[in-house]
Design a protein around this ligand. Structure first.
Ligand code: 1CP
Length: 344
């Protein structure tokens, strides 16, 4: 395929001209879709992530329904940690829960490197998806070290990340060892997906907005940069996303991704001025807006589109994941709106 014929999603990631703005949604697969609840019934989340046929079906569901410009692999950021033997579960209505949180050097020994043979179902599922998807690119993804560390140290979802920050501030050697091991695991996890056919990757640092810029620079950036550096030679666009990261957008840009994800708190024209030169932006409609009447959705979505035009490249998305209560028909209408209006 010549470069001119590459899918619009990949071209926007590379800051090339596009005939219309590409659209996909974080959490487009999953809880907001009735067909998802149907196929997942009775199958625990982590088990679902090891079943290639089910992974393919769930990943395809939103692509079929909405005609999004990219698919996101159905898995979870915790799957590679489960695969190396960490005792964890994903509890319905809660999220990841770790049986024995990692808070000292001895516990760190449980974090061994990931090998491709630990996740054969990922290779199989990505291969199956590449066949099903045709031209639509598959986005592989993984958790960034800070966000994974937070789950491992806190033992589950956390509001203030107290224990995590206590280690970051108070035990820098232990912190760096933990972050280094997690970066290594994520590098392997992402490489497996790209080797099997994923055409872009997204690194989720969902909770890193809790960290101040100087601490991000000192304690997070080196580890995250290592991941983007390790993937550079693979030739797939790299997307970097976090929530509440308005003050970190410049530093996240420095970490090395091609595309910086923006949540709904910073308008895209403002965000474009905060990231270094040479970055595309992804975002950033507040997911809660989809619960408002259509006129509101339309007005706000067009505003995102307008502001996105000031960026070097723009991929339309929500500022965070689709909320479970979202009406899928609204997402279908939104996708059509973005496709039509951005082509004018
Ligand atoms: O049973 C269920 O349906 C559980 C809900 C669920 C789903 C559908 C969880 C539990 N994970 C997932 C899939 C998932 N997780 C995807 C699928 C693809 C898609 O986006 O369509 C992705 C990309 C993730 C990534 C993920 N997991 C992130 C980063 C993205 C984000 O939302 O910020 C995080 C933080 C997790 C942890 C996690 N897993 C599940 C939940 C509910 C959570 C968050 C818990 C918390 O609030 O801390």
């Amino acid at each position: 395929m010549s470069e001119a014929e590459e899918p619009v999603f990949l071209r926007a990631c590379r800051r090339q001209p596009v005939p219309r703005t590409p659209v996909w949604y974080m959490r487009q697969a999953g809880r907001s879709l009735p067909e998802y609840h149907k196929v997942r019934a009775g199958i625990p989340m982590l088990e679902a992530c090891t079943l290639p046929e089910l992974i393919v079906e769930i990943t395809m569901q939103p692509v079929r329904r909405y005609g999004t410009d990219a698919a996101i692999f159905f898995s979870d950021i915790m799957v590679p940690l489960k695969a190396i033997g960490i005792d964890l579960d994903i509890k319905p209505g809660v999220g990841p829960v770790i049986a024995d949180p990692i808070r000292n050097a001895a516990a760190l020994q449980r974090l061994r490197p990931l090998e491709p043979g630990d996740v054969p179902y990922v290779t199989e599922a990505v291969g199956g998806l590449v066949r099903e998807l045709g031209d639509t690119p598959l986005i592989g993804f993984g958790g960034a070290p800070f966000t994974l560390a937070s789950y491992l140290i806190e033992g589950g979802p956390s509001k203030n990340h107290d224990h995590t920050k206590a280690m970051m501030y108070g035990a820098p050697d232990l912190w760096n060892e933990l972050m280094g091991r997690l970066a290594g695991i994520t590098i392997e996890w992402l490489k497996v997906q790209v080797a099997a056919g994923a055409r872009a990757i997204q690194l989720f640092d969902s909770w890193v907005g809790a960290v101040a810029p100087e601490d991000y620079r000192r304690s997070v950036l080196p580890h995250t940069s290592r991941i983007f550096d390790a993937l550079e030679g693979l030739g797939v666009p790299r997307i970097h996303f976090g929530v509440g990261t308005g003050e970190l957008l410049g530093l996240m840009g420095e970490a090395g991704a091609d595309v910086v994800g923006v949540d709904w708190r910073v308008p895209l024209d403002e965000a474009a001025g905060r990231v270094p030169f040479g970055k595309a932006l992804q975002g950033n409609l507040d997911p809660a807006i989809l619960l408002a009447p259509w006129e509101v959705v339309e007005e706000r979505a067009l505003d995102v589109l307008r502001r996105g035009r000031t960026a070097e490249g723009h991929i339309f998305n929500l500022g965070h994941g689709v909320l479970p209560a979202t009406d899928p028909d609204v997402l279908a209408r939104l996708t059509d709106l973005i496709h039509t209006e951005s082509a004018r």
